[in-house]
Design a protein around this ligand. Structure first.
Ligand code: SAH
Length: 256
């Protein structure tokens, strides 16, 4: 008989437990072991069965984040012991969550693995302001892009992106961009007008959510002035011109 367990890579969404999918809730409730990332809120972890073993693999475990290779090893070990493992990740597991690497490792180790989508932070952040990411008149598409540069890596080609976004009318949704905002602003200005509407949304979907509405030319200065920090999403594009209007009527802007 095969007693091997399985792993589900589960998207926990942006923070608000009500934004979990039904599939995610069922997987969390059925898990015997949960490996939990930093950005997953306590209310979501509380859905786990009382007997489940919960392992925090982010910084709140007390030390630095657990190295990726160790997390992958833990998942394989637990599955081989017959556990029903849930790897709980913020937002969607396949948007900047290293979910792809974890999936590959599990498959190579012969572990049965399932992926359950979550609402990615960029989508939730913009929707919470009552603004659409695409619009027939203002935006023909969306780019989810990372502002984080791996040490030694080249990083995003912001100049090429700015030119394309301008020509093709795309909304840019930037993850992990706050600490590099000055560099990102400078490079995007090579292809996009300084007057392009921009918005920064911190703690999207949580009671602590706040946002600032600005322009690309004032992005870094506004972030500094308002003291915006992580986790935040930066959105650049004409659709964000609607924010001032939408937030003047908060009742209609926030999802009920
Ligand atoms: N897989 C996640 C992204 C992980 S990368 C997803 O799909 O959402 C981590 C980055 O996501 C943060 O630096 C921040 O840019 C963004 N992020 C995650 N949760 C957020 C939240 N509640 N509000 C704003 N940004 C958030």
């Amino acid at each position: 008989m095969n007693i091997q367990g399985k792993v589900a890579l589960v998207g926990a969404g942006p923070g608000d437990p009500e934004l979990l999918t039904v599939k995610a809730v069922k997987a969390i409730q059925a898990a015997t072991v949960l490996l939990v990332d930093d950005l997953v809120s306590d209310d979501i972890v509380a859905l786990a069965a009382p007997a489940a073993r919960i392992v925090y693999v982010g910084k709140r475990g007390g030390c630095k984040s657990t190295p990726q290779a160790f997390i992958e090893k833990l998942m394989v070990m637990a599955a081989r012991e017959g556990e029903n493992v849930v790897r709980l990740k913020g937002g969607d597991p396949f948007i900047f969550g290293r979910g792809g690497e974890e999936l590959e490792h599990l498959r190579e180790s012969g572990i049965e693995v399932q992926v359950i989508n979550g609402i990615t932070a960029g989508l939730a952040a913009v929707t919470s302001l009552g603004v659409p990411l695409t619009h027939r008149q203002h935006a023909h598409g969306v780019v989810f892009v990372t502002g984080h540069v791996r040490p030694g890596a080249e990083g995003t080609d912001w100049r090429a992106l700015a030119e394309t976004a301008h020509k093709a009318r795309l909304t840019l949704v930037i993850y992990m961009g706050v600490s590099g905002a000055e560099r990102i602003e400078g490079e995007l200005l090579t292809g996009l007008p300084a007057s392009t509407p921009a918005c920064v949304i911190q703690n999207a979907s949580l009671p602590t959510q706040r946002h600032l509405s600005t322009t690309l030319g004032s992005l870094a200065a506004s972030i500094r002035e308002a003291g915006m920090g992580s986790p935040s999403i930066i959105v650049v594009g004409d659709v964000m011109a609607g924010v001032a209007l939408a937030t003047a009527h908060p009742a209609s802007a926030r999802a009920a």
